[in-house]
Design a protein around this ligand. Structure first.
Ligand code: HEC
Length: 147
């Protein structure tokens, strides 16, 4: 009898710990999102975050899709869409505003295509957008807007 109570108490204890951990995670995530809104990352920072060879979002997405790590892929795809939206909010350092709007919109749409494919756990969809569509956009935008 006493043992039963002990077990129940231990299980209840675990329950509380799990709730506290889950709650803490949520609060931490909220804080992170607030921070993103507070400060708009500049273009150079965005370019690095998204495109770095091994640690950039696109490289991570390609690897995650290849290895079937869909939780990672979905999370990174969301970050990629957010950063594309942040890119669009920046002022172009060079070139015409209309062209900037068009090209950043294209980049955001490509990022959303990646996210949609990640949500469907479609590895080919993710890698096709990254391997074919996105690299084409780099040169086009740099030619018009990179000083
Ligand atoms: C919609 C426009 C746009 C697209 C698309 C784009 N870039 Fe850029 N990128 C820029 C601009 C503008 C700069 C210059 C930023 C500055 O000097 O202020 C830049 C700068 C860079 C830099 C230099 C960053 C630094 O440290 O100064 C790298 C690297 C880069 N881009 C990589 C890429 C790659 C790789 C792609 C495609 C996968 C890409 N960019 C797509 C607009 C774009």
């Amino acid at each position: 009898m006493a043992q039963k109570w002990f077990r129940a108490a231990v299980l209840a204890g675990f329950g509380v710990v799990a709730v506290v951990i889950a709650g803490g995670g949520l609060i931490a995530d909220d804080k992170k999102d607030d921070k993103k809104d507070e400060k708009l990352p500049d273009i150079a920072e965005i370019m690095k975050k998204a495109h770095e060879k091994t640690d950039g979002y696109l490289a991570k997405l390609k690897a995650a899709a290849k290895n079937g790590k869909w939780d990672d892929a979905k999370k990174t795809a969301k970050d990629q869409v957010l950063i594309a939206e942040a890119l669009a909010k920046n002022e172009p350092p060079k070139g015409d505003k209309k062209s900037w709007e068009k090209l950043t919109k294209q980049y955001t749409e490509n990022s959303k295509k990646i996210e949609a494919a990640a949500k469907k756990e479609d590895a080919k969809g993710v890698t096709d957008v990254i391997a074919v569509i996105v690299p084409r956009s780099c040169g086009e935008c740099h030619k018009a807007h990179k000083p």
